[in-house]
Write a protein that binds this ligand. Structure first.
Ligand SMILES: Cc1cc2nc3c(=O)[nH]c(=O)nc-3n(C[C@H](O)[C@H](O)[C@H](O)COP(=O)(O)O)c2cc1C
Length: 142
């Protein structure tokens, strides 16, 4: 079974609800994940995990959250080399372009993005939350 960390940013709760669905899936597989808001992240804990799931809404101009998440990525980019990573989040008007940028950054650093990101406009539907639960379950053994 994998050690899993979930790190997220959410301003109005849309990405948080997605993180909670993913966490529910991980727990249903018998794993207690480490769950952090990005403002309270424990970097050592996260990078000692086998799988890192990260969620952020779109902020700034097609980026992830800028005060905590962008520096977290920049300062720890080399640590993603060889890591299994999953990303998800909510956007407003950009069609999810910010997540393409994020995925490219991670893959450029040598991360293995293990499944297609789930990105939603505003809040996730029940079906999308179910998909996140399924992904959470799969992350246990991926
Ligand atoms: C300061 C700010 C910047 C934003 N920038 C973008 C953006 O570049 N592209 C986009 O699609 N949405 C953008 N949004 C919209 C949010 O990503 C969107 O409302 C999202 O659903 C919020 O999800 P959350 O509640 O998980 O934070 C921005 C919102 C704010 C407040």
């Amino acid at each position: 079974m994998n050690k899993i960390s979930v790190v997220y940013y959410s301003s109005t709760g849309f990405t948080q609800a997605m993180a909670e669905a993913l966490v529910e899936g991980v727990k249903s597989a018998g794993i207690e994940p480490n769950v952090y808001k990005i403002s309270e992240v424990n970097v050592d804990d996260v990078f000692s995990s086998d799988v890192i799931a990260m969620g952020s809404s779109a902020c700034g101009a097609e980026t992830i959250e800028e005060t905590y998440f962008v520096p977290f990525m920049d300062e720890n980019l080399d640590k993603f080399n060889g890591k299994k990573v999953y990303i998800f989040g909510s956007y407003g008007w950009g069609g999810g372009e910010y997540a393409d940028n994020w995925k490219a950054q991670l893959e450029g650093a040598g991360a293995n993005v293990v499944a297609m990101p789930i990105l939603v406009n505003d809040g996730a539907s029940d079906e999308e939350l179910e998909q996140l639960k399924e992904i959470g379950k799969k992350l246990a053994t991926i």
